[in-house]
Unconditional design. Sequence first.
Length: 143
Amino acid sequence: MTAAQVWGQRVMYSVLALVIAIPLVNMRKLMSEGIPQGLRYGDINLAYVGGMFFSVLLILVWYYAYVGRNGARVMLGMVYLIATSVTVVMPLTWLFLGNHLPASWPVSLVLASVYGLAGWVLLVSTNIKAFQRYQRRARAGPD
């Protein structure tokens, strides 16, 4: 493996760790501290459904990047980045227009931004592309 391929593999595993760690931390906080103050009863379902949507979509983008399927990775990555951008940009726009956001929104915006950054890295990183080429060659068998 070349240096770019090794770095691509490291980035892939780092993003996988992120995808696993954030939901585990959220679940631990939910079990130990209860429902966050910024969420009303009906909003908790919406927040966790949204979080699961982003987690599952990022896992799919990660999987297709790992196995080297470029078309699926790009398509799902674009959907992921558009959805993340809307999730981050809309509340920030409301905030700059003078509306008050609940206390939990800054943390949510930071997490959405981190997830968005992870998706962006999976989509455009040259190291990821080098690792994908390596994966495709390795799966094709011996030359």
